[in-house]
Design a protein around this ligand. Structure first.
Ligand SMILES: Cc1cc2nc3c(=O)[nH]c(=O)nc-3n(C[C@H](O)[C@H](O)[C@H](O)COP(=O)(O)O)c2cc1C
Length: 404
């Protein structure tokens, strides 16, 4: 199986197996609307040749941001810019899918005085100084957030995006509803897995209703939360099975949350979450994208050949080299390395590691959008200073738990 082979998906053709995973651009200005930089960045990724390009997470509520500079789509005010984004992002038969998200309690202090969550469960000790404790959503608020997801998806389709992705991973609101740790509700949205899944299922059903049968709807899901009492692997498999029965078109597999950042550190293998994908493939017949850790053509083609994944999810390498898929397909490519950034001070690296990493990659996205070359280095100081400038000195406060 080659990375260049097309994939048929519910009546649409994806031109190859490259799936550029979501990376939050953090470039939105003013009312958190998209702008020229988004258009230039996505056009570069189109030039790069991936079959599917997923946007960074687009938020459904202006009052609930995950980071400064998130795009928010609540209404049609920015339709002209959205149409241009979609037009440039779908050139050359590229699929451009909008990732739709609400951060729930993972909205930092600098963004939310009182974030919301299924239940009033604060972040763990290690991150408590950076996030205000959440309040539990009322039942009617849950229903109105479902409508927000659906409405944002409807606007995406109207603008010309060719698919959507529900962000159900990485500890954000959908993931919080799924997690027995975060969700202690006693209404129809809490308790057993069927109830904890209801928020996700209603979002999916609402989207399907307004988007129609032929429009790709995908879900990014954690293989596991990697928390003692979070979503387990066994439950995650059941979620995929049920969503597949409901008609979901594709599942992207990741893992972890802010407290257990496995999405960027992985498990033991070079490519993260492949074991899970293998189990999933035995159980459920749905196109799967595994994301995390793909760096060499050999590992990509081996995973496709073994049938563990149908597409290759890649994020950070696409921030270092936006033309990567075409380079791989034309043979003009050496294995890309994503190195760990360091300040040279071990204690400081432990405190701010993943956050600094994300800022560094977001800085590369800005450089691509500005037509500048990307910078590959391991010096953490510039992204760290940028982090402090955006979030204040409390960015240095959270202590990360040592990884096991
Ligand atoms: C700067 C940055 C921003 C990210 N933003 C998102 C996001 O908005 N939504 C999402 O699902 N994942 C996001 N991710 C995670 C990636 O999609 C991906 O799951 C992770 O980086 C592992 O893949 P990789 O090893 O190919 O980078 C982000 C990662 C980075 C580095």
């Amino acid at each position: 199986m080659k990375v260049s082979e097309p994939l048929e998906l519910n009546g649409v053709t994806l031109k190859n197996r490259f799936f550029k995973s979501a990376m939050s651009e953090t470039m939105a200005k003013g009312r958190n609307q998209p702008g020229e930089k988004h258009i230039r960045l996505y056009h570069e990724w189109v030039r790069g040749g991936a079959g599917v390009v997923v946007t960074g997470n687009v938020m459904v509520d202006r009052n609930a941001l995950g980071e400064p500079g998130n795009v928010v789509i609540e209404d049609e005010k920015d339709m002209d810019m959205l149409k241009r984004w979609a037009e440039k992002g779908t050139e050359d038969d590229t699929h451009l899918w909008m990732q739709i998200n609400h951060p729930g309690k993972q909205s930092p202090k600098t963004m939310s005085k009182e974030p919301v969550s299924p239940s009033a469960i604060p972040m763990g000790d290690a991150l408590r100084s950076a996030f205000n404790p959440p309040r539990a959503l009322a039942n009617d608020e849950v229903k109105s957030i479902v409508e927000r997801y659906v409405h944002t998806a409807e606007i995406a389709k109207k603008a010309g995006f060719t698919g959507v992705q529900i962000h159900g991973a990485h500890g954000y609101l959908v993931n919080q509803f799924l997690s027995p740790h975060d969700n202690r509700r006693d209404d129809e949205y809490g308790g057993n897995l069927e109830n904890r899944m209801r928020f996700l299922a209603e979002i999916y059903e609402g989207m399907r209703r307004v988007l129609g049968e032929a429009f790709p709807i995908s879900l990014k899901l954690n293989s596991s939360d990697f928390n003692r009492d979070g979503l387990t692997e066994a439950e995650s498999l059941i979620v995929v099975e049920k969503m597949s029965e409901m008609g979901l078109d594709l599942i992207e597999i990741s893992g972890g949350n802010y407290e257990q950042p496995k999405m960027s550190t992985g498990t033991d293998s070079e490519v993260f979450f492949l074991d899970y994908a293998q189990k999933l493939k035995e159980k459920v017949d749905i196109p799967v994208v595994v994301t995390g850790g793909f760096r060499s053509k050999e590992s990509m083609e081996a995973a496709l050949k073994k049938g563990h994944t149908d597409m290759i999810g890649i994020a950070r390498p696409m921030a270092l080299d936006p033309l990567l898929p075409n380079r791989i397909m034309s043979g003009d490519y050496e294995k890309i390395t994503t190195r760990r950034l360091t300040t040279g001070i071990k204690g400081l690296d432990e405190k701010v590691g993943p956050a600094v990493g994300n800022v560094y990659y977001a800085m590369q996205l800005k450089r691509i959008a500005e037509g500048k070359g990307t910078q590959q280095h391991t010096n953490a100081w510039r992204p760290l200073l940028h982090l402090i400038a955006t979030h204040g000195p409390q960015a240095l406060k959270p202590k990360r738990r040592k990884r096991k």
